[in-house]
Write a protein that binds this ligand. Sequence first.
Ligand code: PEP
Ligand code: MG
Length: 875
Amino acid sequence: MMEAKYVYGFNEGNKDMKSLLGGKGANLAEMTKIGLPVPPGFTISTSACNDYYDNSELIRDEIIKEIENYLKSLEENLNKKLGCSKNPLLLSVRSGAVFSMPGMMDTILNLGLNDSSVLALANATQNERFAYDSYRRFIQMFSDVAMGIPKYKFENVLDDAKESKGYKIDTDLNSEDLKEIVTKYKAIYKKEIKQDFPQEPKDQLMLAIEAVFKSWNNPRAAVYRKLNDIPHNLGTAVNIQSMVFGNMGESSGTGVAFTRNPSTGENKLFGEFLINAQGEDVVAGIRTPQDISSLKNVMPKAYDEFVKITSILENHYKDMQDIEFTIEREQLYILQTRNGKRTTTAAINIAVDLVNDNIIDEKEAIMRIEPKQLDQLLHPSFESKALKNATVIAKGLPASPGAGSGKVYFNAQDVVEAKGRGEEAILVRLETSPEDIEGMVCAQGILTARGGMTSHAAVVARGMGKCCVAGCSQIKVDEYNKEIRSDDFVIKEGEYISLDGSSGCVYIGSVKKTDVALTGSFEKLMNWVDKYKDIIVRSNADNPRDAAMAIKFGAQGIGLCRTEHMFFDEDRIPAVREMILSNTLEQRLVALEKLLPMQREDFVAMFKVMDGKPVNIRLLDPPLHEFLPHDDESINHLAKVMGLQVSEIKRRIIDLDEFNPMLGHRGCRLAITFPEIYEMQAKAIIQGAIEASKEGIKVTPEIMIPLVGEVKELKVIKDMIKETVDNIIAAEGVNIPYTIGTMIEIPRACLSADEIAQEADFFSFGTNDLTQMTFGYSRDDAGKFLGEYVNKELLEKDPFEVLDQKGVGKLVKMGVQLGRSSKPNIKLGICGEHGGEPSSIEFFYNLGLNYVSCSPFRVPIARLAAAQAFIKNPR
Ligand code: PEP
Ligand code: MG
């Protein structure tokens, strides 16, 4: 039997080995393979991490031995030795999961330094300052990242040292200062850990490796995985790489660059670098980095080589790359490459540009865009007129585009709580860190005083599609007193500001937002999407305004017009209540007479907006409790209108009160007891259709009956509607094609769909009610406990958001099969919330439904998801 292998040299892997080597490790191996200047090293695989957890958090001897063997070859290869007092090898230790995870332990640099190797390093490089700078960095990173000692304890020492000497920046510290700092750092370590700072490099290494393994399960990483649907059992790899030094003086430096602009997608190198620094200085935003373009002047040779490599990498990976590099005494090294995180705008522009340049094809471009990401584009930005009148209080870096307004809060927890109270909040921080993730998710926008375009706040906000202004140094963020200050103003916790993540401007107060305009690359991409998608996308819309919006977003018809929503209007609701509370048929007919013209006009307007596209109108389905009056004023008013005593109205309200309104007298049940309601609606639909068609508009109304569970319910109502409609058509002498169908939203309807299909021209699956009734979870109350179900992993997802394919999906499948078995050409659609959710859309496509229908803002998402479903599984 072959022995298990847990460690891989960079020369043994490639980019397709991500699940074993993690993203970072696989790409380091790939870059080594294609001959790029990567400092040598090896990767401890994710299987070693999983082995560690399988063995009660123990790194087994067999694995330790393998690590030691690889370390030995690295030492031989470089002719250096870890911890050696002559020619010491220093290492970087970096975590590297399959998917990049900012919540995890990231990097420890300069591992291998101790009190004697620091002298050797100083000697070998003839640079004592550099050696002690590296040592103090190592102690600080090891203590923070591997041992959990708070970073600020070290930063305070550094700040005090600079202040007492009157220095401005870190590079002003000389080697004597740094020696003192090292002594103080070691004292902090001893005080916190109750042990001396480990001097044995192999101990340092094993502790660091173990810290990376442990970081896989730290709470931040767990939250991040949950947010991003990353499975918890993947484990992380650990990359051990020989150090190269960006802090060796003025001919050294380090930086991060994207091959294209990650905010806009512009095909131009985008990034920043710092001279005489190590990697973490760029990300931490301690010194302000320079724009990558000025590297050309500082180190022209290294710059030219870097530009060449960026284009090699982009062509090799066929995607925009996010690259980390270090220059050690004019010599360029590449430390990492990965597909760069980007805004949706950038993602679309890049994908379309890559197709135009024949690097990828249309299908690949479609697959590159995460449907949910489109949400970012579909949200409003600030209205230009409102913006002109708004007061700019500061300007920072435009780190992540979009617009956000809200009350300011100064820590993540306060933002989470504010969101819980229904407030809109802006997270304001000196700089963000992975602990802030949840607050960032809940915030409308993020403002930081420090950090550049590649700082944590900027990178994470862009990934989330959240607007962010970073590095806003014109303001002072006082996290302790919870206020933002400048010379001219103070903004306290709970006061409003607005952020424009595209310009970097910060405004006082809440600025009005506007709708989005979708053009250019978006349009091009969506044209490709429509070429490939093979399921119709309709929209749910209850009024002409939403219908117009749906068309703008590419809807091919209305899949659900909820007529009860047409009555929510203040001036209509009294007539609806009158209808519901009527005691006699006569009373009800009076109320219905009032409603008829309103409904007719509604439908005419809808038909006009839809201009020939199909319109599915669902007859009244009011959960009665949503419509009954509760306050005295409404009750008194109603009594007057209906000519009844207040007490009579109150009695009627009590009569109509239901224990389970969602399972009560709603939907078609209402029409079984009061057929005149649906009769009025059918009249209004067909009269509206006739009126619209007289104006030259082609109309094919689809009349939909809700909440059918037994075919006889449908038959009775359908016959009544048909008679009403046919009489009107005959009397008018016109020809209006129409269909009558039903919602399938009760489990029994799925089970008896073959019978129901006999009486229906179409089915539309109502997966909201179907989920409610399949699980037995009330739609109105499930929010109270479903979060906990998901947290405790009893359910993977909230089934009202993402279709439960195992249970509810099985019923839908049964409904489809039985329906088609008795009526092969029956039209099938879905209009529950799941019609706009990508994984559910894929499921519906694979079931062979004719259309999905969702809210207008989700139509582009649904179109893209539909195209992706086709590309994955063409039919
Ligand atoms: C459904 O139940 O899925 C549906 C679309 O109808 P409503 O949400 O109006 O009950
Ligand atoms: Mg329903």
